[in-house]
Design a protein around this ligand. Structure first.
Ligand SMILES: CC(C)(COP(=O)(O)OP(=O)(O)OC[C@H]1O[C@@H](n2cnc3c(N)ncnc32)[C@H](O)[C@@H]1OP(=O)(O)O)[C@@H](O)C(=O)NCCC(=O)NCCS
Length: 151
C-alpha cells in the first residue's frame, strides 16, 4: 500500500507533492505532480511483470495555470483586476522530470522491480529531438524508440 503523498524537489529546492492517482487500477497507475493543489505533471505506468515497470506516459506541463490559492485572493483579483489573464507557467527545465524519474526508480526498487521500460512517442520526439539524450543522461539505454533502465 502506497503512502498518500511524497515530496520531490526541483533544482531550486522548491517542493512538489507526488500523489498516486485515486483511480489507479491493477492495469494502469499514475503519479500526479502537484504544486499546492495545482497539477503540473504526471507519470503513468503499468507493470509488464513483477520485474518490469513500464512508463506509458510522462509529462511536465509548460502551460500550467496557477490560480490564487485562497478564495479571498481570488475575490480580490476578480474585483480589482478584472482584465487580468491567468498567467501560464512553464514547469519544464526545472529538474522536476529528473526528480520524478528518480522517485519512480526508487519506488520500483522498493518493490523489487528490476527494470524500467518505455517507448518514445513520435510526437514527443518531434517536439524534442533531444529526448533520447535526455534519457541517456539519466542512465537509460535508448535503442530505436525503446528506453530501459536496469535498477
Ligand atoms: C521530457 C520531460 C518529461 C522532462 O521533464 P523536465 O522537468 O522538463 O526535465 P528536467 O528539468 O529534469 O530536464 C530538462 C532538460 O532540458 C534542459 N532545459 C533547459 N531549459 C529548458 C526549458 N526551458 N524547457 C525544457 N528543458 C530545458 C535542462 O537543462 C535539462 O537538460 P539536461 O539533461 O542537460 O540536464 C518534459 O520536458 C516533458 O513533459 N516534455 C513533453 C512530453 C514528453 O516529451 N514526455 C516524455 C515522454 S517519454
Amino acid at each position: 500500500m502506497l503512502p498518500l503523498s511524497f515530496v520531490i524537489l526541483d533544482k531550486f529546492k522548491k517542493q512538489y507533492r507526488v500523489v498516486p492517482s485515486h483511480d489507479n487500477s491493477d492495469n494502469l497507475k499514475r503519479f500526479n505532480v502537484l504544486l499546492g493543489h495545482v497539477p503540473i505533471g504526471y507519470l503513468s505506468y503499468h507493470f509488464e511483470s513483477s520485474q518490469v515497470l513500464y512508463i506509458d506516459d510522462f509529462h511536465i506541463r509548460h502551460d500550467a495555470i496557477l490560480f490564487p490559492s485562497l478564495w479571498w485572493d481570488m475575490i480580490v483579483v476578480k474585483i480589482y483586476l478584472p482584465s487580468l489573464k491567468w498567467q501560464k507557467h512553464n514547469f519544464q527545465g526545472r529538474g522536476i522530470g529528473t526528480a520524478m524519474l528518480e522517485f519512480v526508480a526508487e519506488h520500483a526498487r522498493s518493490i523489487s522491480v528490476k527494470r524500467i521500460e518505455g517507448q518514445l512517442k513520435p510526437h514527443d520526439l518531434n517536439a524534442n529531438p533531444n529526448l533520447p539524450d535526455w534519457y541517456r543522461r539519466r542512465g537509460f539505454t535508448v535503442e530505436g524508440n525503446k528506453i530501459s533502465l536496469a535498477l
